[in-house]
Design a protein around this ligand. Structure first.
Ligand SMILES: Nc1ccn([C@@H]2O[C@H](COP(=O)(O)OP(=O)(O)OP(=O)(O)O)[C@@H](O)[C@H]2O)c(=O)n1
Ligand SMILES: C[C@](O)(CO)[C@H](O)COP(=O)(O)O
Length: 407
């Protein structure tokens, strides 16, 4: 069992399936859609560079059609080191067969985890991969990035009429990379093939069929599959715009009074102490400041707007609820949380022994990797209300990258 992102990355492999014919995208002089250029590079190369950048230690298998050897060589001509690092194998008639070929190509490596990705989804991002890798590292056998369905769903009949409206409650659109225990998904794929099943459109469905629990993590609305010609045109336009990244920084500040008690909760960690923080909720100043910092990156007001102190339902509430809510607002607005930084200003208790647990708590609540979560502390040199142990203050900074507005 692996426990850290770095350990997980070392024993992780990636399978990029690229053996399809791209019939729905139509014919092109550049070949099937995975070899077409968007923003000046073949789609497949975008996806490959994404993985080598985010998971540089992972073994990468590319599954291609036997007719596409020359197309692959041409696509990688400008990237000789990348080309030399890849394991290339031939796929089959269906995506399912191609994935099994990729899994077999990894038998010599026997990685702990494998991320199985459509080569034609070039817009995955680091934060999403971090969420997946963290979930695998926590012991999950199968992880599915997915986005909740937002359109109203209709069922049509063969006369081209609506027969009924389907509830979208609990429905998700499945994305890739779908990620697994290598041994378990290999066994499941082999069992499906041995049972003559060739109708699975994704690997999570095979995992479900084999009885594995498939865990959902947030996918990304940007992580679209380039399926039809229009998808490729829009992808090309998007990359050719050369827009600057929309990076936003928010800060937050909070203070709560210390009164006699048995301990304080800071960054979601309870610390035994001869005082407690007084407040309407659990008075976790650190999470309150960070909640405000996140809300500030998308103009979403402050914690009091969303959780009014006058509302009795928040009495004694665990402040992780507030932070989770702010993170959801940010993600719904198209944001990817890149960094969360908290400074605690407290004369006592000592924060140092709890910093790592606090960082891990932030990482868990926000669904971002540990290296993106920072907790620092200082005393106030016995000056002022903090110095007199009358209160604890926290300052937080959040960095979020937002998607460029859709054209
Ligand atoms: N026999 C197949 C079929 C698909 N794929 C890959 O699986 C991914 C799924 O995307 P999809 O849009 O279904 O690709 P195609 O099968 O190429 O598209 P189409 O159905 O339009 O021919 C793609 O990266 C595709 O290259 C594959 O490796 N082997
Ligand atoms: C695996 C997949 O990307 C999940 O959404 C998708 O099912 C593959 O594409 P297809 O068009 O269903 O072959």
């Amino acid at each position: 069992m692996v426990h850290t992102k770095a350990q997980a990355a070392r024993s992780t492999a990636v399978i990029l399936v690229a053996a399809g014919r791209g019939e729905r995208a139509g014919a092109s002089s550049e070949g099937p859609k995975q070899y077409r250029r968007i923003g000046g590079r073949p789609v497949l190369v975008h996806s490959l560079l994404g993985f080598t950048n985010i998971l540089p230690q992972a073994a990468v298998v590319v599954v291609i059609h036997p007719d596409d050897e020359t197309l692959l060589a041409e696509a990688l001509a400008a990237y000789p080191e990348l080309a030399a690092s890849l394991i290339v194998t031939h796929g089959g008639k269906t995506r399912q067969q191609s994935v099994l070929a990729g899994l077999k190509a990894l038998e010599g490596h026997a990685p702990e985890h494998v991320l199985i990705h459509d080569a034609v989804r070039p817009f995955f991002d680091r934060a999403m991969i971090d969420r997946i890798v963290l979930k695998l590292a926590s012991g999950a056998d199968a992880v599915l990035p997915a986005v909740a369905v937002t359109d109203t769903l209709k069922r049509g009949n063969d006369r081209g009429e609506v027969s009924d409206t389907v509830s979208r409650a609990g429905l998700y659109a499945a994305q890739t990379p779908q990620s697994f225990s290598y041994a378990k998904i290999h066994a499941a794929h082999q069992a499906a093939a041995d049972a003559g099943r060739d109708d699975f459109t994704d690997d999570a469905a095979i995992a479900e069929w084999a009885g594995l629990t498939v865990h959902l993590v947030d996918g990304s609305p940007d992580n679209v599959k380039l399926t039809v010609k229009r998808d490729l045109e829009m992808a090309d336009a998007r990359l050719s715009n050369n827009d600057l990244p929309d990076v936003r920084t928010g800060n937050g500040y909070d203070v709560h009074q210390l009164v006699p008690g048995d301990g304080v909760t800071l960054c979601g960690i309870f610390i035994t102490h001869d005082q407690t923080l007084s407040g309407h909720s659990d008075a976790d100043v650190a999470l309150h400041a960070l909640t405000d910092a996140l809300l500030a990156t998308c103009g979403a007001g402050d914690i009091g707007d969303h959780f009014p102190p006058s509302d009795p339902q928040w009495r004694g509430a665990a402040s992780r609820i507030f932070l989770e809510h702010a993170a959801k607002i940010v993600r719904d607005a198209g944001g990817t949380i890149m960094n969360a930084d908290v400074s605690l200003i407290a004369e006592a208790p000592k924060i140092g022994p709890h910093r790592q647990a606090m960082r891990e708590k932030l990482s868990e609540i926000l669904g971002i990797s540990l290296d993106r979560c920072s907790v620092k502390a200082t005393t106030n040199e016995q000056i002022g209300f903090v110095g007199r142990r009358e209160g604890i203050a926290a300052i937080a900074t959040a960095t979020v990258v937002y998607r460029a507005p859709q054209q």
